[in-house]
Ligand binder design. Sequence first.
Ligand code: GLU
Length: 267
Amino acid sequence: MDRAKVLANAKRIVVKIGSRVITSSKNELDSSLINALVKDIEALYRKKHQILIVTSGAIVAGLKDLKLGSRPTDLPLKQAASAVGQVKLMHSYVTAFKKYDIPVAQILLTQEDLHNGKRYLNAKNTLRRLLDKGVIPIINENDTVAVEEIKFGDNDTLSALVSLMMDVDLLTILTNTDGLYTDIPCDNKRAEFVPYVKKITPAIEKMAKAKGDGAGGMETKIKAAKMLTQSGIPVVIANGREKQILNKIISGKEIGTFFAAIEKKKK
Ligand code: GLU
């Protein structure tokens, strides 16, 4: 199936939003960026797509109250910042979605929850019910009790695990670059953009090792993409600052890097 057709048929979608997509250069949540993304999501919601958001940004949102100028390196301090910032992060989303009368829910998960049979089922059942009721779940890592994403991933792995659990049709990872490049564009003028990945080969994984963006960089994003494409779920990595990015992706516009599913989804 080609890219446009796959995307046009994507009914249930996980939208993963990286910290840098919704925060300003002053290390603060930027409500205009959140509002723009919410408007984009609202248009899909009206077209009957089921959307689940996995969002970072709690740590950055908590810096100011803890009188921190930048992301701390001390892990418990990061967790403290996240606990303070999570409330602000949710408040921003609740306020933005309220304008459209769309109900949202907060879900805090750990990777461990999703590997434990009973908790996995509980989370899945709750998320299913929320979607049935037209509520948009807004998921983040429960940073107080788990530190996997703070350390390595900026929620990339969590978004992949949620995508698998909810058997979604597409994961979109919104970040602060246009997608995958053969190398870091600002360091290497010959770096080329990669619009389509048929299969994640060692050569693709090597490109992702070039550091440059966000807490997780490309490496954890490609790992997430590999996990999903092998399970029949396509992935798009795209720039979350681009206007109406999600609607552009779903309408088949060649934007971002598309990772084709290499296996058919087991129904
Ligand atoms: N849970 C973290 C946050 O919301 C995401 C991971 C990270 O930014 O390191 O800030």
